[in-house]
Design a protein around this ligand. Sequence first.
Ligand SMILES: [Zn+2]
Length: 256
Amino acid sequence: MKFSFNSLRVAFLGIAILSVSLAANSQSTNDYRSRHRNLLAKQNRVKDKIKVEESQNYARGLYGDKEADRSDIYSEGWNSDRVNPYQNSTIPNSKVIDVSRYHMPVKQKVVTSHFGYRKQFGRMHYGVDLKASVGDTVYAAFSGKVRLTKFERNGYGFYVIVRHDNGMETVYGHLSKFLVKPNQHVKAGSPIALSGNTGRSTGPHLHFETRYMGVAINPEKIFDFGNGRTHRNQYTFNKNSNDNAPSSRQSASRRK
Ligand SMILES: [Zn+2]
């Protein structure tokens, strides 16, 4: 009887300590959250926001609402199985793209090959290669909808293209396994595939492209891969910028 009373007391004490520590923990989490919010608020560039809004209003004035607020992003070329379904589209000269809600495509933070012309192969590299082992999870960079999952033996291998709410498309190549199907909705950070070494690839890695209206943008102009974040909350696409390269498919159709 005495023993069980003691163990009851011990148990009660245990619960009391646990609830106090839980309360303290949630208190410190709240503190942390509010401090973090304050830091974020300080970082917000109010002037930049105003500038963007001004230029968007200006663009609306020039092109009308349709150009500034595209509601048809999931219809234009949606059923195309091409990497670039925008061949016959008019590409705007400039477009502010919201890249504030993102997720890095792989956990590792190493770029093994950059965007640009590769002299030794005589062709363009339309994305970056990110360090990844076979079987590493590949995440959707932004929220959106999977447009296609395909296999190309002499190129991307198994690859996924996701079209995003912000108007961009991202391409993920040399995969070993798909975790999504076309028309599936994804969030930034949803697992979409496992990385691999399929297609024209000399070792396991993720080939990652960022595109707007079929124009490949240097992903390193949007993402700071080494630090696992985007450079800014917005990326301004400019049609004739050196950040870009029209896709090979686009150039081929232009030559015809
Ligand atoms: Zn590559």
